[in-house]
Design a protein around this ligand. Structure first.
Ligand SMILES: Cc1cc2nc3c(=O)[nH]c(=O)nc-3n(C[C@H](O)[C@H](O)[C@H](O)COP(=O)(O)OP(=O)(O)OC[C@H]3O[C@@H](n4cnc5c(N)ncnc54)[C@H](O)[C@@H]3O)c2cc1C
Length: 440
């Protein structure tokens, strides 16, 4: 049995079945720090360690040539920016000192510090940072894939670069009837986005004079509108003012595009509800990529990389850290969270390299700019346990024009110029300046 074949046998058998050892370009690489995933967290960490280590000490394993600033997908769905505005070439974002292997991880073998890729490369690492995010699980909902691919179905999702422009095209085509917005029964990235797009649709339908002929429904699996009570209270006022029907504990289970019907399951009544739609915006169920989810040595019972929620170090392998949406930390999965996490991972991994204990602690910070129209936003910021932790000197639960323009212009600029380059660690310094007399 060849070396690579022996390695893949260590991985989940089903996963590695299609693995080929006859690829002409199979190679063996080695590095001090391997970063899997070149999205928000991966780029930030690669930049940080490239500054700290000599050239060729950092490898980034990332299959995609494009990198998207996903938080703007909501405004793409509302027609306020284009998907092109959200995209940059991966090669221009990754630090020059990093080696980029444009391939996907097939399996991690943590006991021998190796990663095998889909194309058959083997990468030896000393330290590993896992930053592979969450993927959309469209197949969990029968009928959804076909409906998303059909241009005239009225079904779209801002949670994908491929379908977020369709949301605006569906809004333009909508003239009357039900516009339904969903929230699934899995953990998702940006838990505020499913309702933001409903608020923007309401504003758009008002602009195009079809609102009076439209019923807007927000069907969510959750028993509340938002997980942080301070913001939930204000959002309920928005929902009331906009006359949006909220159905709690109601989960999309099937789409029937040929009849323009969506089937929901109501958990309280334990019954199916069939609703007609003119427009259906789906927030798909999400999960970690399969190669990670099925690696029992590394994940928790839900398939997330099992890390200490404060230090972000793997609970099982000290030379492995996690950052971003793919980890088990019970925070709101946002880019804002990753900014704060990147500082913690950087300093804790440096301590691990020196054989010290990781001392820095992630406080669970997350932020969610809840767009309530084309010019207003509630800027939610909070820590573990849903404790509000606001940066600005005004009450951020109030709808604000300033927060809207921060979301549209300031945050993307911070992202491209500072965050993915490893220079942004969240707004804590600004917060301290804005609240000089507050005890930390
Ligand atoms: C519609 C929408 C609105 C949002 N709004 C906000 C907001 O207002 N504020 C906010 O802070 N956040 C928001 N977010 C969330 C934010 O974009 C994510 O939390 C963040 O981008 C996650 O970063 P990540 O590095 O964990 O994952 P990603 O940036 O998704 O990167 C994961 C990377 O891993 C790669 N990968 C996957 N599998 C493999 C593999 N097998 N091998 C190698 N690489 C792999 C992928 O190609 C990808 O590049 C929003 C997201 C969406 C979709």
């Amino acid at each position: 049995m060849s070396f690579i074949r022996r390695l893949t046998a260590v991985c989940t058998p089903g996963l590695c079945r299609s693995f080929s050892v006859s690829m002409p370009n199979n190679g063996t690489y080695s590095c001090k720090v391997l970063v899997i995933g070149g999205g928000t967290g991966g780029c930030a960490m690669a930049a940080k360690f490239c500054r700290r280590l000599p050239k060729d000490n950092v490898i980034v394993l990332e299959p995609s040539k494009d990198h998207y600033y996903q938080p703007l997908f909501t405004l793409v769905g509302a027609g306020a920016v284009t998907v092109r505005d959200t995209r940059r070439q991966e090669e221009k974002l990754l630090p020059k000192k990093a080696q980029w292997i444009q391939d996907s991880a097939k399996c991690i073998v943590p006991e021998s510090n190796k990663v095998v890729t889909v194309n058959g490369h083997v990468i030896d690492y000393e330290y590993l940072i896992v930053a592979v995010g969450l993927i959309n699980d469209y197949d969990k909902i029968p009928g959804l894939c076909l409906a998303l691919q059909d241009k005239s179905s009225g079904v779209s999702s801002i949670f994908s670069a491929a379908y977020c422009e369709k949301t605006f095209s569906d809004m333009q085509k909508h003239k009357e009837g039900n516009a339904i917005f969903t929230y699934p029964d899995t953990l998702i990235k940006c838990p505020g986005a499913p309702q933001k797009i409903a608020y923007l649709a309401d504003s758009y339908f008002n602009k195009t004079n079809v609102r009076s002929k439209t019923n807007i429904y927000y069907n969510t699996c959750l028993p509340f509108i938002f997980g942080v009570p301070k913001y939930a209270k204000e959002l309920l006022k928005v929902v009331k003012r906009k006359n949006i029907n909220v159905n709690y504990k109601t989960v999309l289970k099937e789409v029937r595009p040929e009849k323009k019907e969506a089937v929901f399951f109501n958990k309280d009544k334990s019954e199916d509800i069939v609703m007609n739609y003119s427009m259906l915006h789906v927030t798909p169920p999400m999960q970690t990529p399969e190669f990670l989810r099925t690696n029992e040595k590394l994940v928790d019972e839900n398939g997330y990389l099992d890390v200490d929620k404060f230090t972000l170090q793997s609970t099982k392998y000290p030379n492995i850290y996690g950052i971003g949406d793919c980890t088990s930390t019970p925070n709101s999965k946002t880019a804002a969270a990753i900014a704060v996490q990147s500082y913690v991972v950087e300093h804790n991994l440096l301590a691990t390299m020196k054989k010290d204990e990781p001392k820095f602690k992630y406080n669970g910070y997350g932020a969610c700019p809840l767009l309530t129209s084309y010019s207003t936003c509630i800027l939610a910021e909070f820590l573990y346990g849903g404790v509000p932790h606001e940066t600005m000197p005004f009450n951020q639960a109030t709808e604000s024009v300033t927060a809207f323009y921060m979301k549209k212009y300031l945050f993307p600029a911070i992202y491209w110029h500072l965050m993915v380059r490893g220079y942004y660690h969240g707004p804590e310094t600004i917060r301290k300046l804005m609240h000089p007399f507050e005890k930390s």
